[in-house]
Design a protein around this ligand. Structure first.
Ligand code: CP
Ligand code: NVA
Length: 298
């Protein structure tokens, strides 16, 4: 039987997504020892840097009684051109689950195709599903179900933005995306989402009355050479107090982190009362544990 993967959020049904959120909230409250993954090993391949993703998976595996191996392309044959198909077949005969953070989304798709064990996308150039598990858990904890609510995405139509598109489809919320022209998410993705997702250049239109305001860096990992050009294009896309004032008075602010104060978000908003970014970061751990349990014990 083919294993279950989390390559994108679309690998989950709406019901499974909601179950994972509820389970993450339960696991967060649980204080007694619980080791459903005793002797299980997670392999983690990182082509790019990470703090939250790496630590949440490592700690999650340790708390569940298992362990993890950090694999950098710099010190493995992956970095010397061993085919992805071969690496997937070899690794998946030894470990119980594989998490990958790669530049190309295709790498994770190929890995999943050839793996005998569940493969988890820990961020690619197109999607970041694990972050959305934590973001949605955080919203549910603060405000209850997000169905019917309005989320404003401000800034780059990047991997995080595109994962919000999937989340809007699965959890049935309205998503208003404000991007500078030329930085919109993929057209096919937006078309597939239908009326739930609107894309335009105007930040104010996106934020008015929104229940959740989200942003991310202007230049993602791998786009460092575009930093200057992007800083120019995104200048008027900062989430600051004046912009947050247009949202619903109860609106929350989220950012997957790391954040650049004074660029995509003002320090005042990031540190302000509407910001839930530290809970959002902590929830990476609880969401990861719910996901590992779901993929490895179901
Ligand atoms: N938000 C997130 O994925 O953080 P890291 O890059 O630190 O893993
Ligand atoms: N969009 C960012 C997210 C980092 C967690 C990046 O890809 O670098």
């Amino acid at each position: 039987m083919k294993p279950r993967h989390l390559v994108t959020l679309r690998d989950l049904s709406s019901a499974e997504f909601r179950t994972l959120i509820a389970r993450a909230i339960e696991l967060k409250a649980r204080k007694e020892t619980y080791e459903p993954l005793k002797n299980k090993v997670l392999g983690m391949v990182f082509e790019k840097s990470s703090t939250r993703t790496r630590v949440s998976f490592e700690v999650g595996m340790a708390q569940f009684g298992g362990s993890s191996i950090f694999l950098s392309p710099r010190d493995t044959q992956l970095g010397r051109g061993e085919p992805i198909e071969d690496s997937a077949r070899v690794l998946s005969r030894m470990v119980d689950c594989i998490m990958l953070r790669t530049h190309s989304h295709r790498t994770v798709e190929i890995f999943a195709e050839y793996s005998r064990v569940p493969v988890i996308n820990g961020l690619t150039d197109r999607f970041h599903p694990c972050q959305l598990l934590a973001d949605m858990q955080t919203y549910f904890e603060y405000r209850g179900d997000i169905a019917g609510k309005t989320v404003a995405w401000i800034g780059d139509g990047n991997n995080m933005c595109q994962t919000y598109v999937h989340a809007a489809e699965l959890l049935d919320f309205q998503l208003r995306i404000a991007c500078p022209p030329g930085y919109e998410p993929e057209t096919d993705l937006i078309e597939a989402a239908g009326k739930r997702v609107e894309v335009g250049p105007d930040v104010r239109t996106a934020v008015v009355g929104a229940d959740l305001v989200v942003t991310d860096v202007w230049a993602s990992m791998g786009q460092e050479s575009e930093q200057t050009e992007r800083t120019g294009a995104f200048r008027s896309y900062q989430v600051n107090a004046a912009l947050m004032a247009l949202a619903h008075p109860d609106a929350l602010f989220m950012h997957c982190l790391p954040a650049h104060r004074g660029e995509e978000v003002s320090a005042e908003v990031l540190e302000g009362p509407q910001s839930v970014v530290w809970d959002e970061a902590e929830n990476r751990l609880h969401a990861q544990k719910a996901l590992l349990e779901f993929l490895l014990t179901a």
